[in-house]
Design a protein around this ligand. Structure first.
Ligand code: HEM
Length: 210
């Protein structure tokens, strides 16, 4: 397959990373700005939903890095993955914090009861917990400490997190009989995970007699 030759220098990659960092913060800045300016009719709902949406968008963007890298042969894309993954955690942590703050005023016992009472929130919470482990082990020092293989196994938790995130979204929207977006994101996540499973299958069967 023909690919576009694009190999940024270390300096260009540094600028690209800085630009992505600023762009990734824009949704957060916009949420804070609109809330502070008093321009929102339902600020709490806007922030809870906005942070949930951006968690899902960054999850999809992060999952797209490896397939894009393999298909384009732009190996440098991998250098962006950690930052993008940390933005998944950033927006998920904000999403959780807004829930704990605005819905329960930091009453952890009351929040916990709500998490257990509403299944879509239970699922969101179960998706969030392993995300903490992935963020906590994202540094080079942690890769060295765990060892490459163990680190890779741990980070395969994303195969659990992503479907749970879709289920959380689906369940929430099901209450409103609004399935268009969960179906769209479900298909995107299925494609991004499915292509990895397919490549692993091809690799494991390569060279075996038919
Ligand atoms: C990987 C983790 C998570 C993802 C990807 C995620 C994603 C989402 C998305 C996309 C929405 C819908 C936004 C919309 O309507 O446009 C949402 C709503 C919501 N999520 Fe999450 N979420 C996650 C974790 C959590 C956690 C940990 C909690 C709380 C314990 C939570 C509580 C909620 C609540 C309360 C809503 C809003 C429901 C409403 O406004 O009626 N989520 N989430």
């Amino acid at each position: 397959m023909n690919t576009l030759p694009f190999f940024p220098s270390p300096k260009q990659l540094g600028w690209l990373k800085a630009a992505i960092f600023v762009l990734a913060l824009l949704p957060f800045v916009r949420m804070v700005w609109l809330t502070a300016a008093g321009q929102l009719v339902e600020p709490l709902e806007f922030i809870t939903r906005g942070t949930g949406d951006w968690t899902l968008y960054f999850l999809c963007i992060t999952l797209a890095v490896t397939p894009l890298r393999r298909l384009s042969k732009w190996n440098w894309l991998i250098r962006l993955r950690r930052m993008l993954g940390l933005f998944v955690f950033f927006y998920a942590a904000l999403h959780f914090t807004t829930f704990l703050w605005f819905d329960h005023f930091f009453d952890v016992a009351e929040m916990w009861a709500d998490v257990l009472k509403r299944p879509f929130i239970t699922v969101g919470f179960i998706a969030f917990v392993p995300l903490i482990a992935l963020a906590a082990t994202s540094s080079n020092a942690m890769v060295r400490r765990l060892g490459g293989k163990r680190w890779q196994y741990l980070h395969r938790l994303v195969y659990v997190i992503a479907p749970l995130a879709i289920l959380h979204f689906w369940w929430m929207k099901a209450g409103k009989h609004n399935f268009a977006q969960p179906i769209l994101f479900g298909l995107i996540v299925a494609l991004l995970l499915g292509i990895r499973v397919y490549w692993r299958y091809v690799k494991s069967t390569a060279g075996k007699p038919a």
